[in-house]
Design a protein around this ligand. Structure first.
Ligand code: SF4
Length: 496
């Protein structure tokens, strides 16, 4: 750990630090004729040219998605332009089918762990922005990170996403130490088996450190793909550089991190444009990295944050109807990529979009710095980046999912057995993820029911396991049944 005196000195050197972060040559090698892969005019053209599509054309596109092929931009633009309500119902039901085909009735669960809210940037929509003097700033010590991890392990979590602002106080040394502290944490039978990271874009040498420390997915959201809007909402700081962020995950892939996650913050610009941006991002990653696109896509909507009037003023807020539509179109456009719906959204919206394609969600979420182990219970805007919409406990969320027929998975086997990147994409594109994932979901779900669930959740959960077991092919089912018995007797972390 650095001493506080060192940290003070570094604080004075923020400007110098910022100048060192961006490596232009790590951007330039991906440009084509000096251009990045987001062509704003082309996206607008596609959206305009495919208005009011013929139902036959829409149904052909739906059939393509059902064969688990990734859509082309023109096809996605066509779906985005559907007006007819009945056709939208067909889109929703096809999206649900695609999800079932690739992922089965399974939902992966994780928790976010916010480590620091210091930031050098001034994003207009964010409560953590540098000039927001109503934000209480804090960076967790390593000991505090351990305490947060202990609480999360005690709730039953196996997978975290650790979140850091962009600041020298959250440099790569700090990030590495915090991840190591989490991996070392043990409480009873529990441990965190996969740490994903949401942090500022880094250069390749720093990303290699993340690879070595054993992260799962590296996540960077572009926020908005629209160049002009990006400039307006990121007036200062490192984040003002659109392309440094746009190619953050290309660099991660170069550094050997082959599970990368993209996202857009919906509400900054036209939602249809942002969906197209996410698709072009996917296509460019596939082009450069042997067909390996993003492991997950996120689509958070703007939520209120303290002293952040931009959020009330934006004219691009996405209503619930369009939100469901954008999730379904993403599901159909990139059938083999995980879709994340977070606790930003209220419970009823999460339920709704779960059905049309989401595969991962967080639960028991607290996003204040140190909020899991602190005494305060209520959300406090002064400590948070935004307000969350679904503060329910992990147990409550799992019970609800089980009642809906969804099995909560705590599985982290893919990452630990090398089923990432190219390997994962291959099995996902062939619709074979569920062959490994459903058995492992059942095994990790059983662990949760044994170690952490309330009696009501255990009852609903055990019933669901009995229903799902016959869906597994006989040879694997026999192994799963044997493992379930061994879990009952106290063994843990058994996987296919
Ligand atoms: S969005 Fe991220 S980079 Fe921007 S101010 Fe907030 S924490 Fe900083």
């Amino acid at each position: 750990m650095k001493s506080e005196a060192t940290l003070q000195t570094r604080r004075l050197n923020i400007e110098e630090w910022m100048r060192e972060v961006i490596k232009e040559d790590e951007i330039d090698r991906y440009l084509e004729k000096g251009q990045d892969f987001i062509n704003d005019e082309r996206i607008e053209e596609l959206l305009n040219a495919n208005r009011n599509p013929e139902p036959t054309k829409v149904r052909e596109i739906l059939a393509k998605s059902l064969s688990l092929e990734r859509l082309e931009p023109e096809e996605t633009a066509t779906l985005l332009n559907v007006e007819d309500e009945e056709l939208w119902e067909e889109i929703f039901s096809t999206a649900a089918l695609v999800k079932k085909k690739v992922y089965g009735d399974r939902i992966v669960t994780f928790a976010p762990l916010y480590c620091s809210n210091y930031c050098v940037n001034n994003c207009l929509y964010c409560g953590f922005r540098k000039d927001n003097d109503r934000q209480k700033r804090r960076r967790l010590t390593i000991e505090e990170v351990r305490k947060e991890a202990e609480v999360l392990v005690s709730l039953g979590h196996k997978r975290l996403i650790m979140v850091y602002g962009e600041h020298p106080l959250s440099d790569i040394d700090y990030i590495k130490s915090t991840i190591e502290a989490v991996y070392e944490t043990r409480v009873g039978n529990g441990e965190i088996r996969r740490v994903n990271v949401n942090a500022a874009p880094m250069d390749i040498s720093r990303l290699k450190v993340l690879k070595e420390v054993g992260i799962g997915t590296f996540q960077v959201f572009q926020e908005t793909y629209h160049h002009e809007t990006y400039r307006k909402v990121h007036p200062q700081g490192i984040k003002a550089n659109y392309r440094w962020r746009l190619y953050a995950l290309h660099r991660a892939q170069e550094a050997g991190i082959d599970d990368v996650a993209i996202g857009a913050l919906f509400g900054l610009y036209d939602w249809k444009f942002e969906v197209m941006g996410l698709l072009y991002h996917t296509i460019d990653l596939e082009k450069h990295f042997d067909g390996v696109g993003p492991h997950t896509i996120s689509f958070p909507r703007l939520e209120p944050a303290v002293n952040t009037p931009f959020i009330q003023e934006t004219r691009y807020k996405v209503n619930d109807r369009d939100f469901k539509r954008l999730v379904a179109v993403l599901r159909l456009s990139v059938p083999y990529t995980g879709l994340i719906i977070t606790a930003r959204e209220p419970a009823h919206i999460r339920r709704e979009v779960l059905q049309v394609g989401c595969t991962q969600t967080d639960a028991s979420t607290k996003i204040g710095i140190g909020a899991y182990s602190d005494r305060y219970q209520e959300q406090e805007l002064e400590r948070q980046q935004f307000m969350i919409g679904d503060p329910r406990s992990l147990d409550e969320v799992i019970r609800e999912f089980a009642e809906l027929g969804y099995l909560t998975s705590f599985c982290t086997a893919g990452y630990r057995c090398g089923r990432t990147g190219r390997y994962f994409m291959d099995i996902a594109k062939k619709g074979k993820v569920h062959l490994f994932c459903m058995p492992n979901a059942i095994l990790t779900f059983k662990e949760y029911l044994m170690d952490y669930a309330s009696p009501e959740t255990r009852k609903v959960g055990e019933e669901l396991i009995s229903k799902k077991l016959p869906e597994i092919e006989p040879q694997t089912r026999a192994i799963v049944e044997e493992y379930l018995q061994r879990i009952e007797k106290g063994e843990r972390d058994l996987r296919i």
